[in-house]
Design a protein around this ligand. Structure first.
Ligand code: NAP
Length: 398
């Protein structure tokens, strides 16, 4: 019988021997990838004398079909109470009252960091020459920016009202048939994200942090993000980190904090990936950057993610791809995205050895060219296996 993970007053997670971890299986291919991932996670945990007391909670189509609710209150309560959870992909209900279930979960639990580590695993087919140079962790702000959902439709009464207000109050002229969106970027939202990125860099012994922004154009939102990031470094991290402007690029044994304009950053992560280690950025930039980077190291079937609030201790880890409905129930797709999200979760709760073992076994499996269809079509001489067979192959190599 498991116990709850708790947050200690000093802000660290207290993880029992057998933690209770709620999971959402996920819609579509969730029925395939979740059991496969769980098999590997359990085997790796067992190797280190640990186990997880998994508790299923419902969301998405399964929830709607079983209890008539896309996102039952009990699911939110379970995640709230147990702090850490994992989920497969969810269908976005059309006309279900939600912009997206994933966004709803992030907002309700105020999971302000979207954590997207991007690294290459030996053997994974990649479109670039030196994918091994890609090893970065993106901290994407999850609650603000143009994603806050503050937008009105062109020609709607709301848009016309807002347009009139902006013209009357600020003299801003906006074309009549415009949709209008609002981009809030706060100091609070920016600095809590930047604090998480800096803390991570310190904890993992990283040497560089980049703030990626488009502050040359959007001065009071993206530009402010950059400014607040440097202020934070000077005010709270001066003993361990230094801004480029304060050291001319020579940070000694401290972490060098610099910034990059988003468009140039998208080029440089491709042409000079080794220069990027930890990236802190806002919602929209983070979205583009994490998918562009995922493509460099093998694409969507393998990219893990997590959403966290480092103050309350909440963290929900998730496959970053969708439900791929055309493959649902075929035992075909690659379970690596949800599996590596589990690895991220194990690292987050301090089960580093189990996490490292999974990564090594996954690399060994891919190295032996035993892969699911998505990699098989990009590799010469691969043995294509089913989703479940791939999981067993990983367990065999643990
Ligand atoms: P998708 O489900 O991510 O699928 C797009 C393509 O990505 C698939 O056709 C497949 O490519 C590839 N793919 C996805 N999962 C894979 C896996 N496990 N292994 C290998 N390849 C994989 O995107 P979508 O079709 O646009 O969206 C379908 C539904 O998912 C929608 O309802 C959407 O709202 C939802 N969604 C949910 C999440 C989430 O829960 N986090 C995220 C995105 C979308 P090939 O066809 O080339 O094989």
């Amino acid at each position: 019988m498991g116990e709850k993970i708790k947050m200690s007053p000093d802000g660290t997670l207290v993880v029992p021997e057998e933690p209770v971890i709620p999971f959402i299986e996920g819609d579509g291919t969730g029925v395939d990838i979740w059991p496969a991932a769980r098999l590997v996670l359990d085997a790796a945990a067992a190797k280190h004398g640990r186990s997880v007391d998994w508790r299923e909670v419902l969301a998405g189509e399964k929830a709607y079909n079983e209890v008539g609710d896309w996102l039952p209150q009990e699911t939110i309560e379970a995640f709230d109470e147990h702090l850490i959870g994992i989920k497969g992909p969810l269908t976005t209900p059309i006309g279900g009252g939600f912009r997206s279930l994933n966004v709803a979960i992030r907002q309700i639990l105020d999971l302000y960091v979207c954590l997207r580590p991007v690294r290459w695993f030996k053997g994974v087919p990649s479109p670039v020459k030196a994918p091994e140079l890609v090893d970065m962790v993106i901290f994407r702000e999850n609650t603000e920016d143009i994603y806050a959902g503050l937008e009105v439709e062109a020609m709607s009464p709301e848009a016309l009202k807002l347009r009139t207000l902006l013209e009357d109050a600020f003299g801003w002229k906006i074309r009549e048939d415009s949709g209008i969106g609002i981009k809030p970027i706060s100091k609070t939202g920016s600095q809590r994200l930047q604090r998480a990125a800096l803390d991570y860099a310190v904890a993992k012994g990283k040497s560089r942090v980049h703030w990626v922004h488009k502050g040359n154009i959007m001065k009071f939102t993206e530009g402010a993000f950059q400014k607040w990031g440097y202020e934070l470094v000077r005010e709270e991290y001066a003993d361990v980190a230094v801004a480029w402007a304060d050291c001319g690029g020579d940070a000694g044994d401290k972490i060098l904090v610099q910034d990059a304009i988003a468009d140039i950053a998208l080029q440089q992560v491709l042409t000079r990936p080794a220069e990027f280690e930890v990236i802190g950025t806002m919602n929209l930039n983070g979205d583009y950057l994490s998918d562009a980077l995922a493509a460099q190291v093998g694409g969507i079937g393998i990219a893990p993610g997590g959403n966290a609030n480092y103050v309350t201790g909440h963290g929900i880890f998730e496959a970053t791809h969708g439900t791929a409905p055309k493959y649902a129930g075929q035992d075909k797709v690659n379970p690596s995205s949800v599996l590596l999200s589990g690895v991220l979760m194990f690292e987050h709760i301090g089960w580093q050895e189990a996490a490292d073992d999974i990564v090594a076994a996954l690399e060994a499996t891919i190295g032996d060219k035993v892969v699911t269809y998505d990699f098989a079509r990009l590799m010469d001489g691969a043995t294509e296996v089913k989703c479940s067979e791939f999981a067993h192959a990983i367990v065999d190599r643990l």
